[in-house]
Ligand binder design. Structure first.
Ligand code: FES
Length: 174
């Protein structure tokens, strides 16, 4: 029987099928936590406490252990992100290549700093740890895409494309 904490979230039929496919692929239920969280995240665009509790219950884990995973990984949002969620890498390579300068440009272009969202919900912005693309830094992730070898000019073009409702990928060129 479901309790109150799980009553407001459940996998869709499609995600339930994906969840069932995941289970035999991993050695333990604990190992399924991240992919199951990702399913829940993908379903709503972010993770609510109810969704985290639901995943914990389905995998027989403590809620606090699931919350800790969500807290650790920057790919998980716990509130609705902007339409274009900017994740600018701040780890050493990207730092040495000028990510602070790019953060300043983001502030100048869209008026927000790390951890903030524009009032119209068009953009949200966070600084994140290494995204594994150090050889092509400075870089950011946005719209499920990596934008690499960022310069001020390229980043400005990308942001302006978003503001104008165009595909940001069009400006992903040097
Ligand atoms: S340091 Fe930025 S991607 Fe690795």
């Amino acid at each position: 029987m479901e309790n109150a904490a799980t009553a407001t979230f459940a996998f869709t039929t499609e995600n339930e099928a994906r969840f069932q496919e995941l289970l035999p692929k991993y050695p333990t239920k604990q190992a399924v936590v991240i992919p199951a969280l990702w399913l829940a995240h993908d379903q709503n665009g972010y993770l609510t406490p109810e969704a985290m509790d639901y995943v914990a219950q389905r995998l027989e884990q403590s809620p606090v252990s699931v919350y800790a995973v969500v807290e650790f990984y920057t790919m998980f949002h716990t509130s609705p992100p902007g339409k274009h969620h900017i994740q600018l890498c701040r780890t050493i390579t990207c730092d040495m290549l000028g990510c602070d300068n790019l953060a300043g440009l983001i502030h100048d272009e869209i008026g927000i700093g790390p951890g903030e969202q524009t009032p119209d919900g068009l953009f949200s912005f966070e600084m994140v740890e290494c995204l594994g693309s150090c050889g092509t830094g400075p870089m950011m992730r946005m719209d499920n895409r990596y934008f690499e070898n960022l310069t001020r000019d390229k980043l400005q073009r990308v942001l302006r494309a978003c503001k104008e409702g165009r595909d940001s990928a069009e400006e992903d060129r040097d």
